[in-house]
Design a protein around this ligand. Structure first.
Ligand code: ZN
Length: 123
């Protein structure tokens, strides 16, 4: 390869990487195809729930004496009540995109389960 061709190749690769980054960012705002959600605490997965088949219910997840009450209704999931100081997780409302519901004080994360394949490679 000539020096010029090498530079062109490098530029093309860079452009491809930038495009992939933009597409990846856009994907984050879309609702994923799947209906499985993961509830994890402190990095450990506590529950994996398929919202398509889950019954309406509420249940508590406790972290060091502080409780998050999680509600599942009509195939959606949210934090209904929380004993955390900031209440950010409650205000986030129903999980509607790939952006997770996070309760920082209680180390709680509710997010759509990533399917394997492409995403596994990207991450
Ligand atoms: Zn919270």
């Amino acid at each position: 390869m000539t020096e010029k061709k090498k530079k062109l190749t490098a530029a093309a690769l860079l452009l491809a990487a930038i495009l992939a980054g933009i597409l990846g960012g856009m994907r984050l705002l879309e609702k994923p195809e799947g209906t499985a959600v993961q509830i994890s605490q402190d990095g450990r997965i506590l529950y994996t729930i398929d919202l398509a088949s889950a019954e309406d219910q509420t249940f508590d997840v406790e972290y060091e004496g502080s409780t998050n009450t999680i509600q599942i209704q009509d195939g959606r999931i949210r934090v209904e009540r929380a004993e955390c100081p900031d209440q950010t997780c409650v205000h986030m409302g129903w999980l509607s995109s790939a952006a997770p519901i996070v309760c920082l004080p209680n180390r709680l994360v509710i997010e759509y389960a990533q399917d394997q394949g492409m995403d596994a490679v990207v991450r």
